[in-house]
Design a protein around this ligand. Structure first.
Ligand SMILES: Nc1ncnc2c1ncn2[C@@H]1O[C@H](COP(=O)(O)OP(=O)(O)OP(=O)(O)O)[C@@H](O)[C@H]1O
Length: 300
């Protein structure tokens, strides 16, 4: 009951939103689609949930073809779209009852699937959805996407705009759902969340750059990376960009990540160069590649 995407392409006038996208998700897998805004993630979700038709290629979800079996797909998948899609004027309970009813079920029938999420918002069940906090809205949207017991769950940027504690809680919930046999495709622009998936696909400008487990993906990083800091980060970046041997330079949290073109890189030489550029308190330390570094390298 996994998912197969074969050579899917979709354009909007001049924009190639998806170009020959191919990947397979195993039954019960938690698969991440990682990419920046505009990478094509939502377009892919819309195709896989039968809301949009691809120009080329084919796809099956839980064994159903997205074109021929679109009705079966709609009954067997749950979709949590990126933008809050619930009825703002209905209460928590009314929203959930509404989604249960359109799928011909009741809250009671599949309560065990949503229970540990729903109990967190149940005390506010008479509150209108429009008046909920970001984290509560997200939990309600997840309950609504689950109430008909889908085989495959699509989550489009479920944690965007949600505070870090709620994000962590949300991923714990996804992990618990996985133990119940639900296959999940989740998109996120957050690289730290990518590490929580079984496998990830890095996507940019409609193209898949790489597919692997989060651990293996970082092993593909081709060069040693150095964390560079000094008294003026902006000047560190401009100086490194002018350094003739740079392979890549980009801000990374409070540091700057630097890679060198040469095989025989000399830290002292770079230190002297930065000093000559007027920088002080310089540190240059080798560091391990992260998913973000891998993405930056592949996206070059
Ligand atoms: N209906 C549409 N008409 C025209 N262009 C579109 C349409 N839908 C998407 N696009 C374009 O296709 C590209 C991919 O968009 P998509 O929404 O799939 O990306 P995304 O990765 O989900 O990013 P975001 O998080 O910003 O939605 C973008 O350049 C977007 O502007």
């Amino acid at each position: 009951m996994g998912l197969k995407v074969n050579n899917i392409s979709k354009s909007f006038k001049k924009v190639n939103a998806l170009e020959q996208v191919t990947f397979h998700i195993k039954p019960g897998e938690l698969f991440g689609l990682i990419g920046p805004d505009g990478a094509g993630k939502t377009t892919l979700f819309r195709i896989l949930t039968t809301l949009l038709i691809a120009d080329k290629g084919s796809a099956t979800v839980a064994g159903y073809d997205v074109l021929k079996d679109y009705k079966s797909i709609r009954n067997n998948v749950g979709y949590m779209p990126g933008k809050f899609s619930l009825y703002q004027d209905l209460t928590i309970e009314e929203n959930l009852t509404f989604f249960a009813t359109i799928f011909g079920t009741t809250i009671e029938e599949n309560y065990n699937l949503i229970e540990d999420i729903y109990v967190q918002i149940e005390p506010f069940k008479n509150r209108r959805a429009g008046k909920l906090s970001g984290g509560m809205k997200q939990k309600l949207a997840l309950c609504c996407a689950l109430i008909h017991k889908p085989k495959v769950l699509f989550l489009d940027e479920p944690t965007t705009g949600v505070d870090p504690v709620s994000r962590k809680e949300f991923w714990d919930m996804l992990k618990r759902l996985q133990t119940k046999g639900i296959t999940m495709l989740v998109s996120t622009p957050y690289m730290d969340e990518a590490a929580l998936c079984d496998r990830i696909a890095l996507i940019q400008e409609g193209k898949i750059l790489e597919i692997d487990t989060p651990k293996s993906i970082v092993k593909h990083y081709p060069k040693p990376i150095y964390n560079v800091t000094a008294n003026n980060t902006y000047k560190v970046i401009t100086s490194l960009n002018m350094y003739p041997f740079n392979h890549s330079v980009y801000p990374f949290g409070e540091h700057v990540h630097y890679t060198d073109k040469r095989d025989s890189f000399n830290i002292k030489e770079l230190h002297n160069y930065l000093e000559q550029n007027g920088l002080k308190n310089i540190t240059i330390q080798k560091t391990k590649a992260t998913i973000e570094d891998t993405f930056m390298e592949l996206a070059r």
